[in-house]
Design a protein around this ligand. Structure first.
Ligand SMILES: *Cc1c(COP(=O)(O)O)cnc(C)c1O
Length: 403
């Protein structure tokens, strides 16, 4: 259609558009109703104009919708938008972040393959690799995120995948994405980066050489804690394999969730800048607080990952952690005395959240594992939201008074 009312971005060179424009415009294809905002297609299936067309669509010989387990216009909108933002050829949406990681592994690994994964990944990701991937014969080794010697000795000629998250949760350790992609390339392995903490507003792993970006869209992509979702982004031939898994096995994103998250992307950059600003301000304030032992935030000059983060990220993100002077009792008293911050393990929300990693998100680790990971009993994680930072400080001060 040439009518201006129906145009998407087809006539514009997508590579020439800025990230703010793509976040708002990418993926739009209007229906004959001429709606301005993106519609939600709540339909399980689609009708064909002829038996010949039905056969061609089923065979994949012609593009078009077939069945919403793997083709839905609202889900496609989200996929095209996140692919454009990450600078990837294509994306596949999934029902959650874990479904994105599972779909990537099931589509691209097979029995006997070797994976090297960072020790500092989302706890459930570790379970997926150790309990389920190993059950199907995938060999997995875990290494320190920032220890390049460990990576070099763990990666072998038959390694098929390297998997990292950066910055890490909760201590904000920073991986050298460019160096790890070169290492992966040297053995022909896929390099997968979970970009949940930075989002494409702050970090573009594909540009730094990664093959695949994973998202828990549940976090910053939605940004308001409303629904679950996931995404995998990368080269079209890889994404065709991931989509084939989703088509056959069913971890599909719902059209409603796709709509919520696609609309969330419109404000992603503004939100990530505000999260980062608030987190920087709060971490500098915490750093000079007499009841604080140490603050972990890559935006602080004394953080070991500061200069690397400055090089590969646009800002430092919304998650920080700190050690209160004392132990578990002090940490729990502080958390319980805050009134504004939500006590929940979720992150990537406009609402600030506070959590005690040692007994929640990292509670599954043994004492030894906690010690090597730096998850001490006095550590508190804050996923800084978009409230007034003065109110967040006042809330933490309530907590410090109770210590
Ligand atoms: C939450 C999270 C996941 C899992 O995503 P879900 O949407 O909860 O399944 C994966 N990776 C990271 C870094 C996360 O924070």
């Amino acid at each position: 259609m040439n009518d201006k009312a129906f145009e998407g971005l087809e006539d514009l060179e997508i590579e020439n558009l800025g990230i703010d424009t793509l976040a708002i415009r990418a993926g739009i294809s209007r229906t004959h109703e001429g709606e301005h905002a993106e519609p939600i297609f709540t339909t399980s299936s689609y009708v064909f104009t002829s038996a010949r067309e039905a056969a061609a669509r089923f065979a994949g010989d012609e593009p078009g919708n077939v069945y919403s387990r793997y083709t839905n216009p609202t889900v496609r909108l989200f996929q095209e938008r996140i692919a454009a933002l990450e600078g990837g050829e294509a994306a596949v949406a999934t029902s959650s972040g874990m479904a994105a990681i599972l779909s990537t592994c099931m589509a691209l690994l097979e029995s006997g393959d070797h994976v090297v994964c960072s020790k500092s990944v989302f706890g459930t990701t570790t379970v997926l690799f150790t309990k389920y991937m190993r059950k199907f014969g995938v060999r997995v080794d875990f290494v320190e995120l920032t220890d390049s010697e460990q990576w070099k000795s763990a990666v072998k000629a038959d390694t098929k995948m390297l998997f990292v998250e950066s910055p890490s949760n909760p201590l904000c350790a920073v991986a050298d994405i460019e160096a790890l992609s070169k290492l992966a390339q040297s053995v022909g392995a896929l390099f997968v980066v979970d970009n949940c903490f930075c989002t494409p507003a702050l970090q573009l792993p594909l540009r730094l050489g990664a093959d695949i970006v994973i998202h828990s869209a549940t976090k910053y992509l939605d940004g308001q804690g409303r629904c679950l979702g996931g995404a995998v982004v990368g080269k079209r031939e890889l994404m065709d394999e991931v989509l084939a898994f989703v088509r056959s096995c069913g971890p599909t994103m719902s059209p409603f969730n796709a709509w919520v998250i696609a609309k969330g992307l419109e404000t992603l950059r503004l939100r990530m800048e505000a999260h980062s600003r608030n987190a920087q301000n709060l971490s500098e304030w915490l750093q000079q607080h007499p009841k604080v032992e140490h603050v972990y935030y890559a935006g602080l000059r004394d953080h070991v990952g500061h200069s690397l983060a400055e090089r590969q990220q646009r800002a430092f993100g919304g998650v920080l952690s700190f050690k209160v002077k004392g132990g578990k009792e002090e940490a729990w008293r502080l958390i319980d005395a805050t009134k504004l911050m939500s006590l929940t393990a979720n992150l990537g929300d406009a609402k600030t959240t506070i959590v005690h990693p040692a007994t929640t998100t990292h509670g599954r680790l043994s004492d030894d594992e906690k010690a090597t990971a730096g998850i001490t009993d006095n550590l508190i994680r804050i996923a800084v939201g978009l409230e007034d930072v003065a109110d967040l400080k006042a809330d933490l001060e309530r907590g410090f008074k109770a210590v």
